[in-house]
Design a protein around this ligand. Structure first.
Ligand code: GAR
Length: 204
């Protein structure tokens, strides 16, 4: 049985598209039960609709508090009965109810714990990596806890930082890696091959 994914996003949805493509190609034993956006009218929602995937908007700025937003968000998520919640460029902090511990997954475009945390997303990350002068960067897939970019690490991969890199060229290299690493991690979850012990995730 394919596992049910709830995909949460706030933007263009290239991460969602990659997941849809992998499922279509038979590389991922999963189905996207629904897509939820924390911003109104983003392109990620159009991608979902084009594939007949149910969508919902829970717009962060329409809620006065983190608590009110998360109550509405989790009502939508639970309505999808997901096995796994997949963050795909989701730019709001999500609560982690006890029954969803190690059942929410995220990809970050750097090697956590470097170049991560609040405000470190998308291009900001690659700009900081270049400014710092790091020689490698990469992507990190991790389970989500209540701090930004902090939960147990599932998979990491590296890419070189080249002398003539710009934030754009580095982003392209990291995103190509993300497109491999994220579905791979989701597939390991689908196959029941991940075991979490404290901060460590074992693949077997
Ligand atoms: C991805 O590159 C992902 O690594 C990053 O946002 C992008 C989403 O692109 N996530 C973070 O920075 C999380 N801290 P998308 O909206 O086109 O899928």
């Amino acid at each position: 049985m394919p596992i049910r994914l709830a995909v949460l996003l706030s933007g263009s949805g290239t991460t969602l598209q990659n997941i849809i493509d992998r499922i279509d190609r038979g590389e991922l034993d999963a189905t996207v039960a629904g897509v939820i956006s924390s911003r109104a009218a983003v392109f990620g929602l159009e991608r979902a609709k084009k594939h007949g995937i149910p969508t919902a908007e829970v717009v962060r700025k329409e809620y006065a508090s983190h608590e009110a937003f998360n109550t509405a968000l989790w009502t939508e998520i639970r309505g999808l009965s997901p096995d796994l919640v997949v963050l795909a460029g989701f730019m709001s902090l999500i609560d982690v109810p006890a029954d969803f511990q190690n059942r929410i997954i995220n990809v970050h475009p750097a090697l956590i714990p470097a170049f991560c945390g609040h405000g470190m997303y998308g291009h900001h990350v690659h700009e900081e990596v270049l400014r710092y002068g790091a020689k490698v960067s990469g992507a990190t897939v991790h389970f989500v806890d209540t701090e930004y970019d902090h939960g147990p690490i599932v998979l990491q991969g590296t890419v070189p930082v080249l002398d003539d890199d710009t934030p754009d060229t580095l982003a392209e290299r990291v995103q190509a890696l993300e497109r491999e690493l994220y579905p791979q991690a989701i597939q390991l979850f689908a196959q029941g091959r991940l075991r979490v012990a404290g901060r460590r995730v074992f693949v077997h």
